[in-house]
Design a protein around this ligand. Sequence first.
Ligand code: ADP
Ligand code: MG
Length: 464
Amino acid sequence: MILNEIELHAALKKYFGFSKFKGLQEDVIKNVIQNKNTFVIMPTGGGKSLCYQLPALIKEGTAIVVSPLIALMKNQVDAIRGVSSHHGVAHVLNSSLTKTQVKEVKQDILDGITKLLYVAPESLTKEEYVDFLQSVPLSFVAVDEAHCISEWGHDFRPEYRNLRAIINRLGDDIPIVGLTATATPKVQEDIIKNLAITDAKVFKASFNRPNLFYEVRPKTKNVDADIIRFVKKNSGKSGIIYCLSRKKVEALAQVLQVNGVSAVPYHAGFDAKTRSRYQDMFLMEDVDVVIATIAFGMGIDKPDVRYVIHHDIPKSIESYYQETGRAGRDGGEGHCLAFYSYKDVEKLEKFMSGKPVAEQEIGNALLQEIVAYAETSMSRRKFILHYFGEEFDEVNGDGADMDDNARNPKKKEEAKENVVKLIKVVRGTKEKFKAKEIVLALIGSTNALIASHKTDEKPFFGIG
Ligand code: ADP
Ligand code: MG
């Protein structure tokens, strides 16, 4: 079935009320309608859902949508039900359904009413469901948040790795549509390999968010005061402040409240009711600020978040991009401010040291990249986009002046002599030391480790 442009636009208008496709949507949809494997990489908010929803509504049979979060599925199902006269046009199939509900879902699918069936990957492994789905006409399988397949992604889910095997069992040549907002070349490669869609046509949108301003400030012991000052200067605007630990979330929320800021904390330690209450307060603008761990944000679609602050360094550039991506969805101002101290990096390293070696290696590699981002004096936008495999012109590109390094270039200094001294220390200590001890040895300060190696007796001790 191939629709012409007019029919496609008519369907877009009919089902979603939009008069134009966004970005690459139209090309993607045409590809999906032709039963071809498709791989969509678009930043969050780019409009990925429509890339499978519209073809699913148009095509014969039921489309299976694999999605990692039940909450996200429910939102989407409700939205789709709103565009159709049939309640059964979209269903969720998961462990929360009663036997009777499962029966209803199956009947709607058999009757050809259900166009979109949302499932969690673990439900798809249930024999009962596999048996049933084998027996009904399927239009395609959409794998949303496909980066969950990759250990290099920011949200690895082992169950995602079995999808291909299950899809094979559902039928021959079922087209697959992978979708993700994660564009690092490594993750892309993993997705294509794992879903075995090497023939897929790849649609990749730019990840540049020209309205976001990127800034990194050194994190001192006054960081809380710095944050209060920033928030007060932006009072009345919506903002998110990310912290690494639940403890810090609660402490900082209190500090802000005491200082007259309307703020709520959010982390996975609160019960579901409290969490959704705080989330609603933020969405409805009863409060300006939410202080949160990374548990907050997936599926949050508040268009006018004006700033995202990182009290602690995020664990990868990927996560940083996703988290800051929640600012300025409406195209307006979005200030992304990260506080950086090397101490935080050491903390994260220590935290990871308890994990399996492979995980540690990946974690450290990702961490080193975010350190490089924090310390760079080049265009931060160029740095981020390069990470996603995209070239950016830091002079004329869209948003070129939207970062601290572009506005206030770091002063350059002649560092040759100092570098020579540093290399002397690194060599002299036989590359045994981490950055901290090397600095101490360079400036002539000691600690237990330095003393135990008798480094303080070496000729290079304190030359810096
Ligand atoms: P993603 O999954 O890529 O993060 P969504 O599919 O959730 O993005 O879509 C983001 C927003 O864009 C939604 O509010 C959606 O209604 C809107 N949107 C999608 N397609 C269009 C379009 N063609 N015209 C206008 N708005 C659109
Ligand atoms: Mg999405």
